[in-house]
Ligand binder design. Structure first.
Ligand code: 5AD
Ligand code: SF4
Length: 487
């Protein structure tokens, strides 16, 4: 494999009249160069470059994948836009809950109208939802105006597929069932210059009974630590100060590698990278969170004081049916150990309401858990039946009306708890990374504390990407208004 970083490759030097190479990533570089030829021809014909819009649904993994899609489009010569009335539109989809799927179908109707006005428009779909055979059937039958469909396992082939679709008429579909391949060194177009997600592993082996992810993202595989470190080093050289290490279950990092590098060890190595200021990670499965990791977090000056620790349910009976492999007591014990070692840590969680067989008593146990743990924030979801998962076949599905009532009740407790947790920082001076101009008031900028709390302070664009000390003056529910403090 080429050890050159992508930015050392000159696509203009690739001979696209030759046969494409078979090795990766050289093959994809070849197709990027070939796409460029098509883009030049488009430019000559239309007097402008073709525009491309990448729309992301779902989680941080998808957001990172979208940066890769954008990177390839950019190197192929497309002009990026946020407007979906573009020459190339790609939806990077999610299927974790059915409402994510419904949104995609809804918005495809809109794209169809754009395509009527601009017949040279190409529409592409990729991501988790495309790994479901029933989705592909539906698209083939009722959405024949879609030009390109691919899945999660062959996203690294996007340049090649883009190239094929530029020339083709009709729908191209390329879906793989699984892969053990990890292709390094493809271009990435980052959304933020100063922070970035980094994949450390792909896929998931946990098979929680409600979850479709193991079926659409495949088996767990970890990236080599050297590749991860090399990527972070080059990001830091390019101005990144904060990284978010991404995986469905980061606590089992390294299990598929020959060497003995676990997640705690990886963090130790990332910590040593000079110039890097903050490290975040997502997501931790409670069953795999080691004592060693708690110690590494405690001793670190870069790992943020925030842990996302999905609970899903506070009832041991439901946890068992969910195949989560921890009990209510074990989870509580873990939280106590973490809080004892790292008292200023913010803990957030995910909770599902309405899992098959959940009784009002089970829900009370969940609500009690929220009060006991005092989450800094919790994402609450209504259970969504995903075809092919074990939970979809369970008989005692909870009536929608009852679920809605339970959900509202839980949400109120979650919000009350989060509000009082956030209010604890009132009057403190803390370090924030300034991320953007405030959306509603352009004389303010928005920053993020290590514990993930948001603060708005007077400021300007020159502060973006900088770490500053702020005084947290007024607590407004889930965020603060503050001011810059000179240290
Ligand atoms: N229904 C509802 N919520 C789900 N999640 C995962 N699968 C489902 C489902 N079938 C939630 C979990 C997970 C988060 C990313 O999405 O809480 O942690
Ligand atoms: Fe959605 Fe899960 Fe895919 Fe992320 S990994 S996009 S949450 S289905």
């Amino acid at each position: 494999m080429s050890r050159k970083m992508y930015n050392e490759i000159d696509l203009n030097k690739i001979d696209v009249s030759a046969e494409p190479p078979t090795g990766e990533p050289a093959r994809q570089y070849y197709f990027m160069a070939k796409c460029r030829q098509w883009v030049r021809a488009f430019e000559q014909k239309n007097g402008r470059r073709p525009t491309a819009c990448v729309t992301t649904f779902g989680c941080q993994m998808n957001a990172r994948d979208s940066e890769k899609l954008a990177g390839i489009l950019e190197s192929a010569g497309y002009e990026s836009t946020d407007n979906e009335n573009a020459d190339f539109v790609i939806y990077n989809t999610c299927t974790v809950r059915d409402n994510a799927n419904q949104r995609v179908y809804g918005r495809l109707g809109e794209l169809k109208r754009y395509k009527k006005q601009n017949p040279q428009m190409k529409i592409a779909l990729c991501g988790c939802m495309m790994q479901e055979p029933s989705v592909i059937e539906k698209l083939k039958k009722s959405y024949s105006f879609v030009d390109l469909i691919f899945g999660t396992h062959n996203i690294y082939k996007f340049a090649e597929l883009l190239c094929a679709s530029q020339e083709a008429k009709g729908m191209i579909i390329d879906i793989w069932q699984d892969t053990d391949k990890i292709v390094e060194n493809l271009p990435v177009e980052r959304k933020y210059p100063f922070k970035s997600g980094i994949n450390i592993m792909f896929g998931c082996n946990n098979f929680c009974s409600y979850c479709i992810v193991p079926y659409v993202r495949g088996r767990e595989r970890s990236r080599e630590p050297e590749e991860i470190l090399r990527e972070i080093e080059s990001l830091v050289a390019d101005g990144v100060v904060e990284v978010m290490l991404l995986g469905q279950n980061v606590n089992s990092y390294g299990k598929t590698l020959d060497k003995s590098v676990n997640f705690a060890e990886l963090l130790r190595r990332v910590e040593k990278i000079e110039g890097l200021k903050r490290i975040r990670f997502m997501t931790s499965h409670p069953k795999d969170l080691s004592e060693e990791l708690i110690q590494v977090m405690k001793e670190s000056s870069k790992i943020c004081r925030h842990l996302h620790l999905p609970l899903q349910s506070g009832s041991t009976r439901i946890l068992e049916r969910m195949n989560r492999r921890y009990t209510r007591e074990q989870y509580l014990d873990l939280v106590r150990r973490i809080r004892k070692e790292i008292p200023d840590i913010a803990i957030t969680t995910d909770i599902i309401v309405g899992f098959p067989g959940e009784t009002p008593e089970d829900l009370e146990e969940t609500i009690d858990m929220v009060r006991t743990v005092e989450y800094d924030n919790a994402f609450t979801f209504i259970y969504s039946k995903r075809t092919g998962t074990p939970a979809a076949a369970m008989e005692d599905q909870v009536p929608a009306e009852e679920v809605r009532r339970g959900f509202d009740k839980l949400l109120k407790v979650v919000q009350d708890t989060a509000r009082s947790q956030v209010a604890k920082y009132q009057g403190k001076v803390m370090e924030a990374l300034i991320e953007e101009i405030n959306e509603n008031d352009t004389s303010m900028v928005t920053g993020r504390l290590s514990n993930n709390v948001i603060v708005h302070i007077p400021g300007d664009a020159s502060m973006i990407g900088k770490m500053v000390f702020v005084s947290l003056d007024e607590c407004h529910g889930f965020y603060y208004i503050g001011h810059l403090v000179d240290f």
